[in-house]
Structures are given as C-alpha cells and as structure tokens.
Design a binder for this molecule. Structure first.
Ligand code: ZN
Length: 467
C-alpha cells in the first residue's frame, strides 16, 4: 500500500518535472546571437547635432569605444558612402518589464535598438532585476541599450506603486540612498508620498553620493521647495485637471528652474497617450500595440488595473482630455525661458512602446517649437551631460560607440528617422534588418497559441480583468 503511494508520488513528481521542463522550453523565446564588438565605417558624413558636421570620414570602433575619426582614403572601400552617422538616441524615462523566462526585457531591448535608442534611463524598477539585466547586456549575453538606472522608486507609506521602497524617516532615507549608491545606481527616483523632511534627507544623501534626484514633485511640497534635479511629467507645475495656470505661476517655475538648475523631462507623449485611455478599446485595437505580447494591452494596460485610472468618472476623463495641450504649452514656455528639457517616454506605461514612442516624443518637441537639430542635440549629447557622461552622445575618439547610420539626414527632417539602416550599440554593429527579422520571429513566438494562451491564463490569475 505504502509502496504504491510512494510510486504514485514519484511518478507524478517526474511527470511534473517533465511538464515543467517542456513548458520552460516552449515559453522561452527564440535565441538571438549578439554580435561581437568592433566595426569600421568608411566614407560617412559625421553629424554631431548642433556641434559639427564632417564629410567623408572613417570611424573605427574597438571594444565599446570609438577609437578614431579621420578623413577616408580614396582607396578605402565605401561601406557607408552617402550615409549619415549620428549619435544614438537616449530615452530619459523608461521602466523595464519584469525579468522573466518570457524574455520581455530583451524584447524591449531589441525594440529600443531597432528605433535607434542606444541608451535608456530606468526611472523606477519594480522587480529589482534591472542591475543584473544591464550587466548581461554589457557582457553581450542579451540585446539591449546601455542602461542607466535609479533602482526602486522611493515613496512614503503606503507607496503608490507596488515594488516601491518605502522611506518614512530622514535616517532611513540616508541609509537607503547610501545602500543604492553602493549597488551602483545612477540616479535616485522620488515619488509623490514622500514628506518634505524625508525628501530633504534623500537629496542630501544623494548629493553626497553625487547622484541626481529625479522624479515627481511630491503632493503638498512646493516646486521650489522640492528642488529636484530633473522633474518628470511637469509635476508640481501642471496639476491634473487644473485649467488655470497663470502666467505668474509659469514665470516663477521658469525662474526657479533656471536658478536652481532644474531640468524637466515633460514626457509629452505620455500626456497624449494617457488622455486617449478614455477610449481604451481603440488603443487596444491599434496595430502598433502588437509589437508586444497581448498581456500588455489586455491586462497590464487595462485602465481597471492601473491605480491612476481605475475609478475615473466621465468628467475626470474629460478633464484629462485637455492635459496634452496644456502640457505642450507649459513645455514650450519652459523651453522659451531657457530651461533644459529632456526627452523621455515613460515606456511600459500604457500604450507607450520601446523606441517608437521616443520618435513620437521627438515630434512632440517639434510641435512645441524646437527644430530637428536642437531635438537631436537634446536627445543625444545633452542627455549624456544630464547623465553625467559628457562623452555619451558625442562622436569623438574615446566616446562610447553608440552610433546610428541613416540613409537621409534626420536633423534636417525627422521623417528621415525612418531611414535608419544600422545601429552600433556599445561597439556592437546591428543592421536594422537583422533586428527586425529577430523581432518578427519573437512575434510569431509570443502570438503562438500555446504561449499566448498560457500567459493570458496566468495573467487572468494575477488580475481580474485578464480575459
Ligand atoms: Zn515613469
């Protein structure tokens, strides 16, 4: 009797193991071979936006760096004749998806690169895996952009987002910031429920560790009092639903930003997309959303699953409808006033896509009055400066080898973004066609009945609106 029970347990144990192994195998996305570092680009036009332009150059890349830029010799075979080489784009506000066997971190990485985004700043990581995934990218074990990271979001109790680090006292703030600095973060992300005492302590500790403080101006703390280094989404200026933004108020924000050296990452594309969430079925049906597995659009991005949108009334949504235009007006005024704006998207927030949403943000910047060359400068070397990496975004010897090769010059017309042919990321050369082919294989994989069915079934357990 006992023997039979043991045998039954053993048999079912083995069956479960086999099933687990099979599922693991089936769920894993197709592999992608990351190219080795090193490349030579000949007879190209080097464009450093708003800085310089050099015709007929040869760029040598070794390891992850540009080693030389010099006039091409007539004898050199023209690998890049007629092509324009620009620095890679930087998205200053993204969130990484959970790092699971489904491989979404790498899928995001492929999409970033395929759109010329060679560096991102993760402004709040929910599962704590970003530090490890960026190491895999550097080692060439995964495809993806250079990643700067703030670590977890720091917030008061209870935190707005799950996965945030709760910080309730100044002493705790000091300890947490020192700990994050030791872990190697590049910035500190602060959120809406911090008290003024705690925010002050965060800023002091971050200052000692030479880390910029980026984030939301907490509710109830003045813009000037918060003194963040880089304000996200125009928080603290344009309150949601607020239609009256006086001129005096705007002028005071511009002055404070200039005097206290505060940059703004307005994420205009986020305002635009959020206002459209009122018509969720339409966003969900947009073919653009199919670059990611279905659980993003059907579950993760369903307004019912987002604490910001769950309990909205029709009136709330109507108020939000004006937000994109207000945000544009404010960002335009900040720019006119000489305040530093940066380009970020809030990718992984609803219906914001890795890479293509940064192109949309570039077009938003054009709408508010920047010319394409200025936008390129802002999205490349100015972002590098804001990240404390003055060589990032430059095309000079010794700079990180993050380069884009275009058929047409996109600093003349942003429409030429579509003529991207190849990307060099951390010294690795990726033809865009190769990335697109890998993305197409990924899509076949995640749209397959088994992966789609299993992930949607699992998502249904996690969230009530999963279908
Ligand atoms: Zn964000």
């Amino acid at each position: 009797m006992l023997g039979r029970a043991i045998r039954a347990v053993l048999v079912s144990g083995i069956a479960l193991l086999l099933l687990g192994g099979w599922l693991r195998f089936e769920l894993q996305p197709p592999e992608f071979d990351v190219p080795e570092r090193g490349a030579v680009l000949t007879h190209v036009t080097v464009v450093e936006p708003d800085r310089r332009r050099l015709d007929d150059q040869t760029i040598r890349i070794d390891g992850g760096r540009i080693v030389s830029i010099e006039p091409s010799k007539a004898s050199e075979v023209g690998s890049g004749t007629g092509r324009y080489v620009l620095p890679g784009l930087v998205d200053m506000h993204v969130h990484h998806p959970p790092d699971t066997i489904l491989g979404d971190v790498e899928l995001f990485g492929m999409l970033f690169l395929a759109h010329g985004v060679t560096a991102v700043r993760d402004t709040g990581n929910f599962d704590g895996a970003v530090m490890e995934s960026r190491r895999s990218i550097r080692r060439g074990e995964a495809v993806g952009p250079r990643t700067f990271a703030c670590g977890p979001i720091l917030d008061g109790a209870p935190p707005f987002w799950p996965g945030s680090r709760v910080v309730e006292t100044p002493a705790e703030a000091q300890r947490v910031v020192r700990e994050l600095a030791r872990d190697g973060v590049d910035c500190i992300k602060v959120y809406e429920r911090l008290t003024v005492e705690v925010l002050d302590a965060v800023r002091d500790a971050a200052g000692q560790a030479d880390l910029p403080v980026v984030g939301h101006v907490p509710a109830g703390i003045g813009f000037r009092e918060a003194r963040l280094d880089d304000v996200q989404h125009l928080t603290g200026i344009l309150e949601e639903g607020q239609t009256e933004l006086t001129d005096a108020r705007l002028r005071s924000v511009i002055t404070a930003s200039a005097v206290l050296d505060i940059a703004h990452t307005p994420t205009l594309v986020t305002w635009e997309r959020t206002s459209k969430l009122s018509d969720y079925p339409r966003l969900r049906a947009d073919p653009a959303a199919r670059v990611l597995p279905r659980y993003f659009r059907d579950v993760l991005w369903h307004p019912q699953n987002d604490p910001r949108f769950r309990d909205r009334t029709a009136e709330d949504w109507a108020g939000l409808g004006e937000a994109p235009e207000n945000a544009r007006r404010v960002a335009g005024r900040l720019h006119e006033g000489g305040v530093q704006l940066l380009l970020g998207t809030d990718t992984m927030a609803p219906f914001l896509f890795p890479g293509s949403s940064l192109h949309e943000e570039m077009r938003e910047f054009e709408r508010i009055g920047l010319d394409p060359e200025e936008i390129w400068a802002t999205a490349t070397w100015r972002a590098g400066e804001a990240l404390g990496e003055p060589d990032l975004g430059r095309i000079v010897s010794g700079a990180p080898a993050d380069l884009l090769i275009f058929r047409e010059d996109p600093t003349r017309d942003l429409g030429a973004l579509e003529t991207l042919e190849a990307v060099v990321a951390d010294g690795r050369f990726y033809p865009v066609a190769l990335l697109e082919e890998a993305l197409a294989r990924r899509r076949v994989h995640f749209e397959g009945a088994l992966v789609d069915g299993l992930t949607m079934w699992a998502a249904g357990w996690v969230s009530p609106s999963g279908s």
